[in-house]
Design a protein around this ligand. Structure first.
Ligand SMILES: [Zn+2]
Length: 284
């Protein structure tokens, strides 16, 4: 195993544990095993940094790009956690930032997105489009005020895609800096999806892809115990019949998920995101 893949595996294991545990203390043995390639995952997270660390990185010229992850807090069928999208995109962002350390930092994720289409499933939190975009804009403006010149708004929730694509170019013009937006699953070409997903679908919703991702990155957020989709179907009262059919499909396809598929898909997304960031830095 090469040193860089050693580091990648290592940081993935410890940083994927949970949002609050992103900066959790790694085991001493793991730090020793990673040797000189070890970088504390905390170091690329803006919200875990001190003002001194951020200021020195920015003013010293090391920090070139900040990622703003956007996710959701929404129902993910019966077996995945509501924070799934936010946790996934933040993980990809953090791993990409670590590959490019010290040039990239990750800003605090926008953890509620635009999810009106899931409001008939209890627990979903949804922002209005204007509210969501205002939050993203204000975060970008804060970064611009401090002197950040390049921002990647990295998205992890389907409902945010169109509004971001429409508005981010305006944000960039208004703030006079470079801001791009991508969803981390833009990494997946049709060939990649075909190769790794038996269902032929990614990202989908709580189906094979998202379940595989969660199994690989944060298995503690996968809860199959006691789940019986046939039993609960009549109890859910899903209003849109198409949505109900789609949910059943994804629930069936979720059974095709595996940790290995998740690991492969995460690595592809991380590498792809790192390449986008490098491109952003090169053309800056
Ligand atoms: Zn999702």
């Amino acid at each position: 195993m090469s040193k860089s893949s050693n580091r990648r595996d290592f940081v993935r294991r410890i940083s994927g544990a949970s949002l609050t545990a992103l900066a959790g203390s790694p085991l001493l043995a793991e730090v020793q095993a990673a040797g000189n390639t070890y970088i504390n995952p905390r170091k690329v997270l803006l919200w875990e940094s001190t003002r001194r660390e951020f200021r020195e990185a920015l003013e010293g010229g090391a920090l070139k790009v900040v990622i703003v992850p956007t996710g959701s807090t929404e129902q993910h069928n019966e077996h995945l956690a509501m924070i799934n999208d936010t946790a996934s995109v933040t993980l990809v962002a953090q791993q990409a930032a670590l590959l490019l350390y010290p040039q990239v930092m990750v800003a605090t994720p926008v953890s509620v997105g635009i999810s009106p289409h899931w409001m008939d499933r209890k627990g979903t939190l949804s922002l209005k489009k204007e509210t969501f975009l205002a939050v993203v804009y204000d975060i970008c403006e804060s970064l611009q005020t401090h002197g950040v010149k390049n921002i990647l708004v990295l998205n992890g929730h389907g409902g945010n895609v169109a509004p971001l694509r429409e508005s981010v170019p305006e944000f960039a013009t208004k703030l006079g800096i470079r801001i791009q937006t991508k969803s981390y699953w833009d990494a997946y070409t049709r060939e990649i999806v075909k190769k790794y997903m038996a269902s032929g679908k990614a990202p989908g919703h709580a189906g094979e892809f998202e379940t595989s991702f969660a199994m690989a990155a944060f298995p503690q957020r996968v809860h199959w115990e006691g789940v019986d989709y046939d039993k609960i179907k009549p109890l859910l009262h899903i209003k849109d019949p198409n949505s109900a059919v789609q949910e059943e499909e994804f629930a069936r396809e979720a059974r095709l998920a595996s940790t290995a598929k998740g690991e492969a898909m995460i690595q592809i997304a991380v590498k792809w995101t790192a390449e986008r960031l490098q491109q952003l830095m090169r053309t800056a």
